[in-house]
Design a binder for this molecule. Structure first.
Ligand code: FAD
Length: 403
């Protein structure tokens, strides 16, 4: 039986980051979702597609020790299920990883050693001739892509099976592709306003790519997943953007890069202690990210400025502890804005009833949006399709606390 025209729901998801794309996916997998009775449209402002912001430029760690706990408990299991159901291993680089805290002193090039110097790679992959230091420092046997003699201490941060990883750009794009297979429509454009009448959402104002004027898109429900840009649509939302730089290095084909995520503290920089995070990936690349800064949020994700010096510093720091990284080729120097709560805590997930019925928000995931995307999306899909979040108690994350 087909639904009559007026009873068809028009659900608009604003934002094609990991939260928006996963939400679109989970909406179409909800038991109450019937394609003939609900249209789902995802709108993304970037002209380059989805995952152009933090969701494509994050590390990709999925951890049981992430926060908030109520979301983590759902999300980790959902990551496992998604990977099993859709071959996440090949599709988005899903695998379990060891995660550790590494402290040591870097070997930084001096003026007598030209910075363009290349390793001959003869010793790459060879185990250190002495393992005395390893025993003392805790340096793992298979972590041969970090120079063992530089290690002052290594300690595991999670038991086996408690940390995994995804390639966030591939995961986000896969969520969208799978959602599209279930009927989700994708539009490149910017949502400039949410329309409402008598306290109920009626649509969005949309500037579609290639058009000179804006148009209205009818909606019975709008879900704002705009990351750091969300307050532009929902003023008063206590979210702001913090810019962070990252690099991706392709290691030499001969390098043996065991699956580790390292939270480092590197000394010997000549400029204090630096703390880059380093993520080995199954495709032979290694990702590293540095600290955040206060650069202002541009209007569009495509206008994020990359500070070349920030990337150079990051590369200098991570290559100071690894021959494999030093011998690698830099594939990406990038920057993005992660959505952080300006009053602490977060994320913010739920219906914004005080503004309008049918208006939902899911943002402010700080440094755990990749890990917590499936739980967030499952919860929002339950709320939108069934009227109640069943998979977790997310009372503490409700938007009514703020707007
Ligand atoms: C350096 C770094 C490393 C990280 N590492 C990890 C990690 O290892 N593990 C982890 O769990 N998390 C990590 N994170 C955090 C994670 O990346 C974020 O929490 C997550 O990506 C946020 O996803 P999002 O979809 O909310 O936002 P975004 O990825 O920013 O996506 C929002 C999208 O909405 C679009 N948009 C906004 N407004 C509009 C509009 N009005 N109309 C149309 N489109 C709009 C934007 O263009 C953008 O594409 C990291 C973050 C950074 C910066």
């Amino acid at each position: 039986m087909s639904a009559n025209r007026d009873s068809v729901r028009h659900i608009v998801v604003v934002g094609g980051g990991i939260i928006g794309c996963s939400t679109a996916y989970y909406l179409t997998r909800h038991p109450k979702f019937v394609a003939s009775e609900a249209n789902v449209t995802l709108v993304e402002a970037s002209v380059h597609g989805v995952a152009q912001g933090a969701s494509g430029k994050a590390g990709g760690l999925v951890a049981k020790w992430a926060y908030p706990k109520e979301l983590v408990n759902v999300s980790f299991d959902e990551h496992v299920k998604l990977a099993n159901e859709h071959n996440g291993k090949d599709r988005w680089g899903w695998r379990y990883v060891s995660t550790g805290s590494w402290e040591g002193t870097g070997e930084f090039p001096t003026s007598s050693k030209p910075s363009g110097e290349k390793s001959l790679e003869k010793t790459l992959g060879l185990p250190d001739s002495s393992n005395t230091n390893r025993k003392r420092t805790g340096h793992p046997d298979d972590l041969i892509w970090v120079k063992e003699h530089l290690t002052e201490s290594y300690s595991s941060m999670a038991p086996e099976g408690a940390t995994a990883q995804v390639h966030p750009y591939l995961f986000t794009n896969s969520m969208l592709e799978l959602a599209k297979q279930n009927g989700v429509k994708f539009i490149t454009g910017s949502v400039t306003a949410i329309k409402q009448s008598q306290g109920k959402v009626t649509g969005v104002e949309l500037f579609e790519k290639g058009r000179t004027t804006s148009q209205s898109l009818p909606a019975t429900e709008v879900i704002v997943c705009g990351g750091a840009w969300s307050p532009a649509l929902l003023p008063g939302l206590p979210i702001q953007g913090t810019r962070a730089h990252s690099v991706v290095i392709r290691t030499p084909a001969t390098a043996q890069i065991a699956p580790y995520v390292l939270f480092t503290e590197i000394t010997g920089t000549g400029n204090g202690v630096v703390t880059p995070e380093i993520y080995a990936r199954p495709d032979g690349t290694v990702y590293a990210c540095g600290p955040g800064d206060d650069s202002p949020l541009p209007e569009n994700v495509d206008d994020v400025v990359v500070d070349a010096e920030a990337c150079d510093n990051l590369l200098r720091n991570v290559t100071a502890i690894s021959d494999e990284l030093r011998a690698g080729e830099v594939e990406f120097r990038q920057a993005c804005f992660l959505p952080v709560s300006s009053i602490g805590g977060g994320p913010i997930i739920g219906e914004v009833e005080k503004v309008a019925k049918g208006l939902f928000v899911a943002t402010g995931h700080t440094c755990w949006g990749i890990s917590n995307a499936p739980g967030t999306a499952k919860a929002i899909s339950e709320l939108v399709m069934g009227g109640k979040i069943k998979c977790a108690n997310l009372k503490n994350l409700q938007p009514s606390k703020y707007i």
